[in-house]
Design a protein around this ligand. Sequence first.
Ligand SMILES: [Ca+2]
Ligand SMILES: [Ca+2]
Ligand SMILES: [Ca+2]
Length: 294
Amino acid sequence: MKKIFTLLFIIAAAASTTIAQSTLVINEVDYDQPSLDSAEFIELYNASPNGINLGDYTVLLFNGNATSNVIYDSFPLPSQVLNAGDYFVICGGAGYVANCDMVLPKFVNIIQNGSPDAIIIRDNNTSNLIDVVSYEGSCIAPYVSGNGCPLAQSDTAQADSIANKYVGISRFPDGADTNDDSTDWNRACITPGAANTNTTTNCVTGLSTPKSTLAIEVYPNPSRGIVTINYKATQGKAVNVRVSDILGNELKVVTLKPNASVGQIDLSEYHNGIYLIKVQSGASQTVKRIILNK
Ligand SMILES: [Ca+2]
Ligand SMILES: [Ca+2]
Ligand SMILES: [Ca+2]
């Protein structure tokens, strides 16, 4: 009986803790790129000696702007075991992020740029927050560990210079966690799905092969509604056209014939504005902006 009471006490103590100690951590984030944010990713890391079932967890995105303070997106993780010492990469642009394990339907502007904002791992069973990183400053409790990663160490610091093209924020070494984001997180070259580094010089994309772009023409631009796309499919592969608004919300998906070289999509049902058109065939893809002016 005493054992049962002790167990109950431990469970109660764990449930009342806002940020529980865990060994699944947010290890690296790239939330800002020059021009369009089309290569964003979140890397998780299993710092424990045992496999972890990712299906027990959800990744949450928190907008820490004082007038907002809301969870603005959430990604339930797939039911699969992440081995000890292994990485799990969540991304938008599959062809733009190396080693991506979970491709989100939205492919640009998924992760807000602050300031401040936070990323959280929540345990689905207990609702405990098992890891939190606040970046571009400190979010309100409990969406921060200690103090937030400061602006000087943020991903947006000089993010639009080409020299900083492949820089994000990360822990070094992998999984290092003193429960203070301001010391645990620093700017460094991106390493999605691989060991973190602590340098910001001579960064590379991390893709094992350079990103392959699809040669396309999209016209007229501005468009009154009907958009023509000239393309050359990757051999034998379907050609998918994904249309999204400038915030990355996907509006429609159209499949073009792989054995043709010209197709059309109709945007006339949408409001005037700027739209993104991603044309993908096999591993190659290209994103174009188009202005709709009916
Ligand atoms: Ca972003
Ligand atoms: Ca970046
Ligand atoms: Ca990494």
